[in-house]
Write a protein of this length. Structure first.
Lengths: 316, 289
């Protein structure tokens, strides 16, 4: 099965293709034998309307001073200039990077451990794996509400569990210092299964010969993991890291429901900042500039990780 | 001499067995530690939704309901037009999923057959883009068209989620489908459409089912579009749970009951297609954003 992560890189390399327009022209062209364009056209029309058009309209809006229900005027790059001088935006950017760092590392480590466990055969494995992936499929708003109750400083079940092992009660999402790690806890709970699935796919594809050789040479379990398993699943870990980075930068539901960016602005990430600019303050032009910068950030982060992935690729 | 070696051999064997048992216990413990957080949050949701309020705010917490009650669920339907919101969710997610299947399955076929991978990359970029960035321009367009207050904006924006999922899953599916049968049909004079409709499509039913379920789940779960676009009458369930139930100072029991009702269909579907998700479709993170 082709996957989100593997298709563009590997397939492009394997088949090679001309430019997008050449390809489209070949699809549309009158002389070709197989007019597959008719198959693609309806979907392409929808994608053009709800996905491509908004991209360009956003660019257009970002160079205007545009407020909902008011007239608009062309202001060039003023929105962008204002953005980079906006302290609230800078803090949101920093918070997003902090949130992303934690929300990538924690699921990556835990997901790898979980994959190592689920890679072994044991009774009820299929069922337990199904239970394990429930958090990533469950409705985010629903689980966020339950976590909100669990975070409650006086009556919450988390502080009760901490008290059982002698740890004093925490303020969790109600303290500016701990709100982001607490939100990351929910995000980690939710997305560790995805990392587990990706790494599990990697483990399933590993060759057995290196393990046989290691066993003959009397390698310890620890050595086997670090010298054989880890280098070979590294490309899969990088795929997981790319996907996690993209999703963590875009995180919205959990933060919006649990803390609304608060207390104060302590958990106001880029996406929350963007939401407030667009739909609380109705600064459409300004918000569009945020979208463009936001998009550039996501592309830059993914490309950086993709670059690292290409360099770290294990080759036989 | 012989007796000594036998004894030490036996000792070694029992040692080895002991170690194996210890290993097994440790492994079982690891499985328990890994799976329990996933299940405990849902069990806590279940517990909250079946307990009267007194038990819900008790400290230390009561885990197993002492006086189980359905009053919380009744309260959900009293406090809000929950049935109305359920219908909204079904209409929005149902139409967005069906439309996506209608256009996405042929598109996946076309892209896989023509190897038009640039189009596939386009779909990938759509998945990377934050959902809010579609929302601002579309919000303006819906205002201009006077569509606000109807379910149309919701159905249309949910296509942003469902179409890429279906196209992506189907590309992968049709790529693995052996082309021999279709090529035989083409040689016998079938049109491309006939080859797709009567040969490839029936063979691809398992892929279509998975694509439909994934599209359904991620559209059903979507919150961000509804928060901005939905009015009082056009809320979908996730928005309703957030808006109605959190702002009207409702207590924990009904809130947990509503949360459970919203997410239960998804949990059931997940368990049903668990094998397919694990089997590789999610290996690259098929996710609706």
């Amino acid at each position: 099965m082709a996957t989100w992560a593997t298709l563009p890189g590997s397939k492009a390399g394997a088949h090679g293709f001309g430019s997008f327009w050449l390809r489209l022209a070949r699809l549309v062209g009158p002389g070709q034998r197989r007019p597959y364009v008719l198959f693609v056209l309806p979907a392409l029309a929808i994608i053009a309307a709800v996905i491509i058009f908004p991209w360009f309209f956003t660019l257009f809006m970002s160079v205007h001073d545009w407020k909902i229900t008011q007239s608009r005027s062309f202001v060039g790059l003023d929105n962008y200039a204002q953005l980079f001088g906006d302290e609230r935006f800078q803090w949101a950017l920093l918070r997003t990077l902090y949130y992303t760092l934690l929300a990538v590392l924690a699921p990556l480590i835990l997901g790898t451990l979980a994959a190592l466990v689920f890679h072994r055969k044991f009774p009820l494995r299929g069922f337990l794996r199904g239970v394990f992936i429930l958090p990533m499929m469950a409705t985010p708003v629903a689980v966020a509400l339950v976590w909100t109750m669990m975070f409650h400083p006086q009556l919450g079940v988390l502080n009760y569990l901490l008290s059982l092992v002698g740890i004093p009660p925490q303020l969790w999402v109600f303290d500016p210092g701990t709100v982001i790690p607490s939100l990351v806890l929910v995000e980690t709970w939710q997305w560790t299964p995805l990392v587990m699935l990706i790494v599990l796919g990697g483990l399933a594809a590993l060759p057995t010969e290196p393990y046989e050789a290691a066993q003959l040479d009397g390698a310890s379990a620890w050595q086997t993991f670090w010298r054989i398993t880890f280098p070979m699943v590294l490309p899969f870990l990088m795929v997981a890291a790319i996907i996690r980075t993209i999703d963590a930068v875009k995180a919205f539901d959990i933060i919006f429901v649990i803390s609304q960016g608060g207390p104060g602005t302590a958990s106001e990430t880029l996406n929350i900042f963007l939401y407030l600019q667009a739909f609380a303050f109705y600064n459409i032009g300004y918000a569009s500039a945020v979208v463009v910068v936001f998009f550039a950030l996501i592309i830059a982060l993914s490309l950086a990780l993709l670059y690292v992935r290409q360099r770290s690729k294990w080759s036989p | 001499m012989v007796a000594l070696t036998t004894a030490s051999w036996q000792l070694q064997r029992s040692k080895r067995r002991l170690r194996r048992i210890a290993n097994r216990v440790a492994f079982g413990f690891a499985v328990f530690v890994i799976v329990s957080p996933a299940i405990l949050v849902f069990l806590w949701m279940l517990s909250l939704s079946f307990k009267p309020e007194i038990e819900n705010i008790a400290y230390p917490p009561i885990f197993i309901p002492e006086h189980p009650t359905l009053a919380n669920f009744a309260r959900v339907f009293e406090a809000s037009p929950f049935g109305r919101y359920l219908v909204n969710s079904l209409i929005v997610t149902g139409s967005a999923t069906l439309l996506a299947i209608a256009v996405g399955v042929p598109a996946g076929y076309g892209i896989a057959k023509a190897k038009a991978y640039r189009l596939a990359v386009l779909v990938l970029i759509a998945r990377i883009t934050p959902n809010l960035s579609y929302l601002i321009p579309l919000f303006i367009v819906f205002q201009m068209l006077g569509l606000t207050g109807t379910l149309w904006p919701m159905v249309i924006t949910h296509l942003v989620i469902t179409v890429p999922i279906v196209v992506w899953v189907m590309i992968g599916f049709f790529e693995t489908l052996h082309p021999d049968l279709e090529e035989a049909a083409l040689i016998d004079g079938a049109t491309l459409w006939q080859a797709f409709r009567y040969i490839a499509l029936p063979l691809s039913r398992p892929g279509v089912v998975v694509a439909a379920i994934l599209a359904f789940i991620f559209s059903w779960n979507n919150f961000i579009f509804g928060v901005v676009l939905a009015g009082r009458e056009t809320r979908t369930l996730p928005v309703a749970v957030y808006n109605v139930l959190t702002f009207e100072q409702i207590s924990w029991g009904p809130l947990a009951a509503a949360a459970l009702l919203v997410t239960l269909p998804v949990l059931i579907l997940t368990v049903v297609i668990q094998r397919e998700i694990v089997g590789g479709l999610a290996a690259g993170g098929v996710k609706g954003g």
